[in-house]
Design a protein around this ligand. Structure first.
Ligand code: FES
Length: 122
């Protein structure tokens, strides 16, 4: 019996994935589980979240994966890589809490992350 319970909890923990909430400009909320190691952009694209175009496929060359990160989360994210700030200058209505979602790699530490999607990209 102990082994069955241990197996159940192991499988449950092993399979649990961080939840990311995407909020569109017209206030539709999508909370989805995204596999560790994927980017926030990939989570959106794979789940047909509207408003994240990701034209360059994550190459940091288009800024059409632009999101606004909830204030509670912004400082918890890894710092921007070289070039992200320059690319964000080309995004539609960048703000101080703007990030490229293709540069945010999902991990257990980001469970509960909320991002807002701008009204348009590019
Ligand atoms: S997908 Fe092109 S910059 Fe993120």
């Amino acid at each position: 019996m102990f082994y069955i319970l241990a197996l159940f909890f192991f499988v449950h923990i092993y399979n649990s994935m961080p939840k990311i909430t995407y909020i569109t400009h017209d206030n539709q909320n999508y909370t989805i589980e995204v596999q560790n190691g994927l980017t926030v952009m990939e989570g959106a694209v794979q789940n047909d979240i509207p408003g994240i175009d990701a034209d360059c496929g994550g190459g940091m060359a288009c800024a059409t994966c632009h999101v606004y990160v909830n204030d509670n989360w912004f400082d918890k994210l890894p710092s921007k890589e070289d070039g992200e700030e320059d690319m964000l200058d080309m995004a539609y209505e960048p703000k101080k809490n703007s990030r490229l979602s293709c540069q945010i790699i999902v991990s257990d530490e980001l469970d509960g992350l909320t991002v807002n999607i701008p009204s348009k990209q590019g």
